[in-house]
Design a protein around this ligand. Structure first.
Ligand SMILES: [Zn+2]
Length: 316
């Protein structure tokens, strides 16, 4: 009887983690982009029950003795699926997790890796992000739109270690260059270069083949960050969304040039005390007008930049 109980207990312990999370049915295929480096690519569009929240990318790096994960996807269920995929490649322990920034689609899977004993790192400006009102609202919303993959057991976890800024380290013979690239998309943006592979994971700092969404980002700091990434001379770039780029310099320079163009044209208008509508109407947008998301994003980007340039000129 005792033996039977012990066996049941072992069975329960063994299956507890795996059964805790609702399974996903979306396809997730690791893509190798370097000797040690991989990523999985989320689907296009916003998080929905159709894509089960799989609309952002995550990376992982297999070293001689351990695995490092970059971003944890948008639900614990997706993270559990990612662990399964990693396990098809290597049995080595998942030792460290880097969170590029505290947006739902990049850190909701963190609890799964913590249960496996991984240590999580993020930039210190992300401190308090999980306790904010905005984070609580987002969680309530995701528990509705992404149920059962996000439910009452989904936890918003802080990092185990808050980084001060650029951090270089070695793990199992592979060298990692973590770069602080905020405040741009968020205050805590971190990017990571896998030195031996020339693979750069950027989080949401870079948009590929489309007009970026600028929002209320500080484009001056964003430009500084892009130049920092360009100086790393990556061979391959994995952004937070979309397919990996084999022409990272070109993509980084595209985002940089667009931001520079916005700042130059809108800065000129502000200096001439020209109203926004007039300035927008006579700016030559032809270089960007045919790109995806131009209709949805460009006018708002220009307007936000106009306001920012006003603020910058007043601060001088
Ligand atoms: Zn984001």
């Amino acid at each position: 009887m005792i033996k039977l109980l012990a066996m049941m207990c072992l069975f329960w312990l063994g299956s507890a983690h795996a059964s805790e999370y609702a399974a996903v049915s979306v396809p997730m295929v690791p893509i190798k982009v370097g000797k040690h480096s991989y990523y999985v690519q989320g689907m296009a569009g916003a998080a929905s029950s159709a894509n089960q929240g799989f609309m952002s990318n995550a990376g992982f790096v297999v070293t001689k003795d351990s695995v490092l994960v970059f971003d944890t996807l948008g639900t614990p269920s997706l993270a559990a699926e990612l662990v399964k995929k990693i396990r098809e490649i290597t049995p080595l322990p998942i030792k460290r997790v880097i969170i590029s920034h505290y947006h739902a689609d990049h850190f909701y899977g963190l609890q799964v890796f913590k249960e496996l004993g991984a240590e999580s790192w993020a930039h210190k400006n992300g401190q308090g992000a999980v306790d904010s009102e905005a984070a609580a609202e987002r969680l309530t919303q995701r528990r509705e739109t992404l149920f059962p993959w996000v439910d009452e057991n989904t936890k918003l976890l802080p990092a185990d270690k808050w980084l001060d800024g650029d951090t270089d380290f070695e793990m199992g013979g592979v060298h990692f260059l973590l770069r602080y690239v905020g405040p741009a998309h968020t205050a805590e943006d971190m990017a990571m270069l896998v030195k031996e592979d020339g693979v750069l994971y950027t989080g949401d700092l870079v948009f590929r083949g489309r007009v970026p969404f600028v929002g209320d980002a500080d484009s001056k700091a964003w430009l500084t960050a892009l130049n920092k990434l360009i100086a790393l001379k990556p061979r391959v770039m994995v952004a937070g969304h979309g397919a990996a780029s084999l022409k990272p310099q070109q993509d980084l320079e595209f985002t940089r040039d667009y931001l520079e163009f916005l700042r130059k044209s809108m800065g000129q208008a502000v200096a001439n005390l020209e109203p926004f509508d007039e300035a927008y109407a006579h700016t030559d947008w032809s270089k960007y007008a045919r790109l995806p998301a131009f209709e949805q994003a460009n006018r708002q980007n220009a307007y936000n930049t106009y306001l920012l340039m006003e603020k910058e000129s007043l601060a001088q």
